[in-house]
Design a protein. Structure first.
Length: 270
């Protein structure tokens, strides 16, 4: 316990954690789920705890929270040498699909979504300060905003959001695409993760080096994901005027080229 890293997960896919631990432990001998009603919380949200008996002694019962189980899983992966820690000099071509990896990165929101959302917020704030609008044009900003919101819906992938991480590396600018599911976020929102440095633990599903002709499509799984690259590029060019407005917005792109990783995240933590 002395050497165990005490982590605070901001994102934790409990289902994957439970499944992997079950495989490692060859099945839990007893699992009970209980709901704790927190009377101090006016919202009366139920909090889940798990009673897991994972020892051979049937009389021994321990209480594990999801965070504690993740810590146990991480220890097991490290002890069994399944976990590859990506330091600031790792070689991306040494990684294979299916590898467990852990790395620290600066996480940002999908740049296409971040840019359009930023523009929508700017338009909504600007409309509050608009004085004596021309009756002929007063609805134009609102119409533009509504169209932008419809476009956001088209390029969003249900209950998931791509985060793009810049991995700490002494030589290369290595990116990691980390899709997160809202239900596994601590506060059901990615706000706590945006523009922060976090440690990501997950499995590699795609690894691209600098010479790769492939890329990671940030529109995959959406209604626009199957469009040819030329059409997607023309679509993005329609938003070029936004880039000239001196707003602090990321560069518009619909793909991430190598060197890059695509990860299924198990946990994102500090």
């Amino acid at each position: 316990m002395e050497n165990r890293q005490l982590s605070i997960p901001i994102y934790l896919n409990q289902k994957i954690v439970f499944d992997l631990l079950t495989i490692i432990e060859q099945g839990f001998s007893n699992v009970e789920k209980i709901d704790i009603n927190d009377t101090s919380n006016q919202s009366n949200e139920n909090k889940d705890l798990l009673f897991l008996s994972i020892h051979k002694d049937p009389n021994e019962k321990k209480i594990f929270t999801p965070s504690a189980l993740f810590s146990k899983l991480r220890d097991e992966l490290k002890n069994r040498k399944f976990l590859k820690t990506l330091n600031n000099s790792f070689e991306i071509n040494e990684l294979e699909t299916g590898d467990f990896v852990e790395f620290t990165a600066l996480l940002t929101k999908n740049p296409l979504i971040a840019t359009i959302e930023g523009f929508i917020e700017f338009m909504e704030v600007a409309s509050l300060f608009e004085q004596a609008p021309n009756p002929k044009t007063k609805n134009k900003p609102q119409n533009v905003t509504n169209e932008m919101k419809k476009f956001i819906t088209k390029i969003s992938n249900g209950n998931t959001l791509d985060l793009v991480g810049t991995i700490n590396h002494e030589i290369k600018n290595i990116k990691a695409v980390v899709p997160v599911e809202y239900e596994y976020l601590t506060n059901k929102t990615p706000a706590d993760l945006i523009d922060g440095h976090f440690t990501v633990l997950g499995k590699v599903i795609k690894s691209l080096d600098e010479s790769s002709e492939e890329s990671i499509n940030l529109l995959r799984g959406t209604s626009l994901g199957l469009l040819p690259n030329q059409i997607k590029q023309e679509l993005i060019q329609q938003f070029n005027p936004i880039q000239t407005m001196n707003l602090q917005l990321p560069k518009l792109t619909f793909e991430v080229k190598g060197p890059a990783l695509q990860i299924v995240p198990i946990a994102i933590y500090i």
